[in-house]
Design a protein around this ligand. Structure first.
Ligand code: MG
Length: 130
């Protein structure tokens, strides 16, 4: 279900998950791109990986300092991070994941991680440190 987002412009407003889904669904509709269906999920995920590679290339070629301090590099870096989000939202949409579902899953995982110590992970490799 499409939820009309707040006014989406380029002012840097904090977008909600439902805004991201709305943007991707209206973009697809405007350009008459095929409906997002499960068959497209793997390809959309692959494209998200591709965009992650573009993020990695900027970090690799420009370095952390430029990402943090060079406005042009930072703008490009953030833009590519946005591309990753767009394809992840498209991929979730292809499987019918709703903004509410991913929000609930995210919050549930966050709460779980807040209580985790990762002690079990440390124990896995205890013998290798000795
Ligand atoms: Mg890109």
């Amino acid at each position: 279900m499409l939820v009309e987002p707040r006014n989406i412009d380029q002012t840097g407003d904090d977008l909600r998950m439902s805004d991201l889904f709305y943007c991707q669904q209206t973009l697809r509709a405007k350009h008459h791109w095929p409906e997002h269906l499960p068959d497209q999920g793997p390809l959309l995920l692959l494209w998200a990986y591709g965009e992650m590679g573009e993020v990695g290339e900027i970090i690799k070629k420009k370095g952390n300092g430029a990402v943090m301090n060079n406005p042009a590099v930072r703008r490009h870096f953030v833009e590519e991070c946005g591309d990753v989000l767009m394809y992840l939202v498209d991929m979730m949409d292809s499987y019918g994941v709703t903004p509410e579902e991913i929000s609930e899953a995210y919050a549930r995982k966050w709460k779980k991680n807040m209580d985790r110590t990762w002690e079990e992970n440390r124990k896995l490799y205890e013998d290798e440190d000795e």
